[in-house]
Design a protein around this ligand. Structure first.
Ligand code: GLN
Ligand code: ZN
Length: 755
């Protein structure tokens, strides 16, 4: 039995690559120095893998920014505007990743998108009609050779042709099929060169195979690979992850791959596919049994059973991870503050390597159950886990239909609320946060370090809130917010205030490029021991006569941006969090807060990759979790929600079904499709499509906002339209925020006066 992984983290155990890259961007270090830092990170990863006893070690999983971008460069898909800058290859690469503004020109970055169902983002390759696709970079060979010099014969990894062509954007009239011959030739050249460099294996990552595929998609895949693989002398691993290959299992089995990698953690149908159709004789199954996305120890008893079932069908199995370890932090050893009680249940990347080694030993033993490693693991899983809250469990178990149903119905509430608030037509508001200026961050960090007393910090925050309210009144907004100055982050703040959550010191995961996130960990049953936001909202309301929105993060977003538990279902965790947020909602209401916004910024993010799974695996608990949060409020209390995107056309009914009174969301001027969708679906929730983009410091003119609103009014009933920016303002400065909002208010007034 052998072991393998799909990829290893690459930002550096202490984020060395991140810091070196940022210094390079600022011109503080040279390209050679950046290369040295990158090499050190790669060699440390290589050493960790080798020392753990891992049999098959990948190379080329490293990236200065993103692997899909690497593949674009490898294939020569560099849009003309970047090539025209005349920069060095590395700087051209970074220009594609981050944009470039300087002596050589001014270009924006390529688009960035979420990598399948993860929080990692990839750069969207752009292929122009006159692109000359051909093998154009030496990265796979250089990194293979570097590892070889370090004593490891690796398996080079590249994004496969099919996934590459599916993710790419074609800017002209040509399509993927037009470029297929050139792409095939480039991959064939790649194989030939790697083979002459001494590589025995190559790994093609094809995560697109776990998404919904049509018959012609599959035919295209087959065509690509029968040509790429024809006459090859190297062994090829087809690696899939993030789900199962239900649409194409028999097709991929029939192609001349030497090994197929399947995900048995997220790929819920893979086991039955293997059992039903068998596995091709003479090929290797790389079985993804160790979760590459979450941080918990592997349950060896379950894994041994699973591998037993696979062995009955396929004699040649390599044990692997479900996806690249890129999605987990480096090592539990870097956590000095958490107690053993918690840490013994964690497995980050390094610990997952140890788990693979242990599983290999266990599964090679005559009686796996008799090995020491097995017994130890079984004992761990059998030992009681802290953090259990029986009261919360009982409350979730006792939930009935009525708990998810707000009374009275939407239209009755709408009427009651219109009378209560008597807001003008096109009410103006913001999404919640106001500029987090340096003084706000400094005060928070001083308070955290104990250099600023609780009392002083509180009075600082009160001053900030009062000032923010005054500014909003001066601007003339209708519905105000307190500004969220007490929050570092919309999930972390609630995690810190809820029981059942854990925080790490160094468990960073790459989100995109040099940006890393440190998701909190859902450890136990989640509950609220005290109000979390009431005092701020109450204070804000006390300094103005205008309505002030209470501001909360919703249960689905809190859960989606955390490492979730595996010992209970996502539904169960979501309901626990929902009950805690519900208590906060009711407390806000009891304290006189008349409008409450519950942000679900990440609701769409974890929508399953396959449409057939959307409802049962996700929406059936995510939407009810949101409804549970607000079903207990009085009819006259207005519930808002906010989403950071507008691509919810395909789940528009579900969004309406969240039964909020108002939803604000991002709406880029170029994309009016969502407005058509709202109209077509008779969307009943009142809507505030963002009228300007807060991600840029640009101040939108009044005329521009009026024009945007007119477009919206062509699709949205006037009494349902709210006027607001597209997201929170915390990353902005006051200098652009005030004039932007002044114009926003003026635009709303102009339209009102036309009435
Ligand atoms: N209320 C939050 C804010 O304004 C919402 C942030 C978000 O949608 N990401 O910052
Ligand atoms: Zn947002």
């Amino acid at each position: 039995m052998k072991t393998s992984i799909i990829g290893y983290p690459r930002i550096g155990a202490r984020r060395e690559l991140k810091f070196a890259s940022e210094r390079y961007f600022k011109g503080e270090i040279s390209e050679a120095e950046l290369n040295d830092a990158a090499k050190a990170v790669r060699l440390a990863g290589l050493r960790a893998q080798k020392d753990s006893g891992l049999d098959c070690i990948p190379s080329g999983d490293f990236s200065f920014y993103d692997n899909t971008l690497d593949a674009a460069v490898l294939l020569g898909a560099v849009p003309a505007r970047y090539a025209a800058l005349g920069l060095s290859p590395l700087d051209t690469y970074f220009a594609m990743a981050r944009g470039y503004q300087g002596e050589n020109g001014d270009v924006k970055a390529l688009a960035m998108k979420k990598w399948f169902n993860t929080n990692y983002h990839y750069m969207v390759p752009e292929i122009e009609d006159d692109a000359r696709i051909r093998l154009s970079s030496t990265k796979p060979f250089d990194l293979f050779a570097e590892a070889l010099r370090a004593g490891v014969k690796t398996r080079p990894v590249v994004v496969g042709a099919f996934t590459f062509l599916r993710l790419a954007r074609f800017t002209g009239t040509k399509t993927a099929a037009d470029f297929a011959p050139a792409v095939v030739a480039a991959y064939r050249d790649l194989i030939a060169v790697l083979q002459s460099a001494g590589a025995e294996w190559i790994q093609f990552d094809e995560p697109s195979l776990v998404t919904d595929l049509s018959v012609s998609d599959i035919a295209f895949f087959r065509r690509l690979y029968s040509e790429i693989l024809g006459g090859k002398k190297i062994k090829v691993l087809l690696q899939t992850y993030f789900g199962d290959v239900r649409d194409c299992y028999t097709d991929i089995c029939a192609l001349p791959f030497d090994a197929i990698g399947l995900d048995f953690v997220e790929g819920k149908r893979n086991l039955s596919l293997v059992k039903t159709y068998g596995f091709p004789v003479g090929k290797t199954l790389v079985a993804g049994v160790v979760n590459g996305k979450n941080i918990w120890r592997n349950d060896f008893a379950k894994t041994v059973t699973l591998v037993g079932e696979l062995r009955a069908v396929c004699p040649d199995i390599v044990l692997g991870t479900s996806c690249s370890l890129l999605h987990v932090p480096y090592t539990v050893k870097a956590e000095s503050k958490l107690s053993e009680e918690y840490k013994k249940r964690f497995a980050f990347a390094e610990e997952k390597l140890d788990e693979l080694a242990a599983l290999k030993k266990i599964l090679s033993a005559p009686v796996p159950e008799e090995t020491e490693e097995y017994a130890e693991n079984v004992a761990l899983f059998a030992s009681p886990r802290s953090g259990e809250n029986l009261a919360v469990r009982a409350r979730v178990a006792a939930l009935t239909e009525a708990d998810f149903e707000r009374k009275p119905d939407f239209y009755t509430r709408e009427k009651i609320q219109k009378e209560r608030f008597a807001l003008p037509l096109f009410p103006t508001t913001t999404i919640g946060s106001f500029p987090q200026t340096a003084d706000v961050k400094a005060a928070r960090s001083k308070h955290k370090k104990g250099e600023l007393s609780d009392a002083d910090y509180e009075s600082f925050l009160r001053d900030k809130i009062a000032e923010c309210i005054r500014k909003q009144e001066e601007i003339g907004l209708d519905v105000l917010v307190h500004g969220e100055f007490e929050r570092n982050d919309m999930v972390e703040y609630f995690g810190e205030n809820l029981d059942g959550y854990l925080f790490t010191e160094n468990a960073w995961v790459q989100s995109y490029g040099t940006r890393c996130v440190k998701p909190p960990v859902v450890w136990g049953d989640v509950s609220r021991s005290a109000p979390m936001t009431v005092k701020w909202s109450k204070f804000a309301a006390s300094v103005t006569d205008k309505p002030v929105k209470g501001m909360l993060t919703g249960p689905v977003t809190i859960l989606n941006w955390s490492f979730p538990r595996e010992d209970i279902t996502l539904r169960e965790s979501a309901m626990q969090i929902a009950l805690a947020i519900r208590e906060e909602v009711l407390d806000l209401e009891a304290n006189g807060v008349k409008i409450i916004q519950v942000d679900e910024a990440a609701l769409r993010e974890k929508l399953p990759l396959r449409k057939a799974d959307w409802k049962a695996d996700y929406l059936d608990w995510a939407i009810p979790a949101f409804r549970l949060v607000h079903s207990g409020v009085r009819p006259e209390t207005q519930i808002h929600t906010h989403m950071c995107y507008s691509e919810f056309g395909d789940i528009i009914r579900d969004i309406d079904n969240m039964d909020a009174d108002v939803i604000t969301f991002e709406a880029s001027r170029s994309d009016l499709r969502i407005l058509d969708d709202l109209k077509a679906s008779d969307f009943r929730t009142e809507v505030g499509p963002g009228v300007y983009d807060i991600h840029s410091p640009r101040v939108p003119s009044k005329e521009e906002i009026v024009a945007a609103l007119r477009k919206m009014l062509s699709r949205i009933p006037r009494e349902k339209l709210w006027v607001n920016p597209d997201c929170g303002l915390k990353t902005r400065g006051w200098t652009e925020t005030v004039p932007s909002l002044v114009n926003l208010v003026a635009a709303a007034k102009e339209l009102r006066n036309e009435d």
